[in-house]
Design a binder for this molecule. Structure first.
Ligand code: NAD
Length: 483
């Protein structure tokens, strides 16, 4: 079924435009590989135009009273909510994410715009005491132009919710949507055109090497906010450093541990382990707790419960509310996931469920893989060490708290972690020593408005979803007065 068949347009300087190249990229429905939309194939020339438009627009936006910026953002949120069902269906068709959890992306997007709109008057600086008749002030000023480069797993949410902080602090933004799932941004372009001043919100579609790199290297863009893979994050840091002095924030991958202690109820652990995998997004979530560390005392009972739950997940049409798992986002993601599964089998991991591609007519086209669980995964195996970004859970057993902590921390990435125990003292001591930026105790997966999210170690730099994110889009200016 085709949802969007016509050519779409980007948003630059308040105009819906085609790319200078006049070319388009096809967007495929990952469930059946049908072309469901076209997006402009932009290049350096389009990026230059977006920068010029943003440069004209941001000083006027910043001069506005904070309440006015907040009002425009709330209006933007309202219009997104009004077209929420339409956006949702396009997002599901374009990403392969299932419809029920994806509905939450619209809610999060609307909430983030309203939350940051509400922080408009918190862009406060400080006064610092001085000697005699002196006063020292610090103020926060916008960078001016902020670029936001987004990954494929939550395109709308990352393109809007993660630009709200930059907008409220007086910046103009340039958003580059992901190449495999850019279609929701086309609806966004129409909404932003009607609700925000021209040039404040620009969308430029195209590939990472063409559009993304041109954005990163542009001399007038000093602030770059990236969500994506660790390799691309490092490439962006390199390119940014070659091009100038830039502030780059990075939200990268995760290989996140969930640690279950001996006193935890196996049914609660199994529930958290399955929810923590985000199978509704085919495991394609940076926060997925894809490494489960089970205490030996609860190992067998918990593994059996997980097997039973995961083997019952219904794979199929992501638009069907009954579906628990859709297709992978792209052929590349599918092949990557199958590669990890094959490596794990060769490494001697114990396949508990899944491990192949589903059978049946509807799976003959599209990027399908079964939800998969391995236990007793060798800790040297690639599956234990590297982010799959797919629906593959690895389980190991442990007996000693120090061993669990060592296993959990023994990874280059450090985004999230989970702990399950009835002993809150133990959980807090473990939390203090875990080198991850976000921890759940006896819960899993949720993000909370205002609570900083981001990674330690190789998982990133900076924190988002909180007041810290807002200040990260500003530069501090100090003014010293003698009177
Ligand atoms: P990716 O790194 O391949 O691509 C992300 C974006 O970067 C895309 O828009 C792409 O076009 C662009 N890009 C690619 N090469 C570029 C270059 N050289 N210069 C500039 N831009 C370039 O990531 P992906 O496959 O879309 O997303 C999956 C990854 O994102 C996973 O590793 C996942 O963990 C991570 N992720 C992290 C978070 C977080 O909050 N920490 C959230 C979601 C996803």
């Amino acid at each position: 079924m085709a949802y969007i068949t016509s050519a779409n347009r980007m948003l630059i300087g308040g105009e819906l435009v085609n790319a200078k190249s006049s070319d388009f990229h096809e967007s495929l429905n990952p469930a059946n590989e049908e072309v469901i939309g076209l997006t402009p194939a932009a290049d350096q020339r389009d990026v230059d135009m977006a920068v010029e438009a943003a440069e004209r627009a941001w000083p006027i936006w910043w001069e506005k009273a904070p309440v006015e910026r907040a009002r425009a953002m709330r209006n933007f949120a309202q219009r997104i909510a009004e077209r929420g069902e339409e956006i949702l269906r396009v997002e599901v068709a374009d990403t392969g994410n299932t419809i029920v959890p994806t509905r939450n992306d619209i809610t999060v997007t609307v909430n983030a715009l309203n939350y940051f709109a509400g922080l408009a008057y918190e862009l406060k600086g400080a006064t610092v005491p001085g000697a005699g008749n002196a006063l020292h002030l610090s103020t926060h000023e916008p960078y001016g132009i902020v670029a936001r480069i987004t990954p494929f797993n939550h395109p709308l949410m990352f393109s809007v919710a993660r630009t709200a902080a930059a907008l409220v602090s007086g910046n103009a933004v340039i958003v580059k949507p992901p190449e495999t799932s850019p279609l929701s941004a086309m609806i966004l372009a129409e909404i932003a055109q009607k609700t925000l001043p021209a040039g404040i919100f620009n969308i430029v579609t195209g590939t990472g090497p063409q559009v993304g790199d041109a954005i990163v290297r542009h001399p007038k863009i000093k602030r770059i906010a990236f969500i994506g893979s660790a390799n691309t994050g490092r490439a962006i840091q390199r390119a940014a450093a070659e091009a100038g002095v830039k502030h780059v924030s990075l939200e990268l991958g995760g290989k996140n541990p969930l640690i279950a202690f001996a006193d935890a109820d196996p049914s609660k652990v199994a529930d958290l382990a399955v929810r923590g995998m985000n199978f509704g997004w085919q495991g394609q979530s940076c926060g997925s707790t894809s490494r489960l560390l089970l205490h030996a005392d609860i190992f067998d009972a918990t593994v059996e419960l997980i097997r039973s739950m995961v083997s019952r997940i219904k794979i199929g049409d992501p638009l069907d509310p009954e579906t628990g798992m859709g297709p992978m986002n792209s052929r590349m993601q599918l092949e990557r996931t199958l590669g990890f599964i094959s490596d794990a089998k060769q490494a001697g991991a114990n396949l508990i469920t899944g491990g192949g591609q589903p059978k049946g007519d509807i799976f003959k086209r599209g990027y399908w893989v079964e939800p998969t669980v391995f236990s007793d995964v060798p800790t040297s195996a690639r599956l234990w060490r590297d982010e799959v970004f797919g629906p593959v859970l690895s389980i190991v057993r442990w007996t000693d708290d120090e061993e669990a902590l060592r296993l959990a921390n023994d990874n280059e990435l450090g985004l999230t972690a989970g702990i399950v125990t009835n002993d809150i003292g133990k959980a807090m001591r473990m939390s203090k020593r875990l080198r991850t930026g976000y921890i759940w105790i006896n819960t899993i997966g949720s993000h909370y408005t205002g609570v900083p999210f981001g990674g330690m170690k190789g998982s990133g730099i900076g924190r988002e979803e909180s007041i810290e994110e807002m200040f990260s889009y500003t530069e501090t200016k100090s003014i010293n007065i003698q009177f």
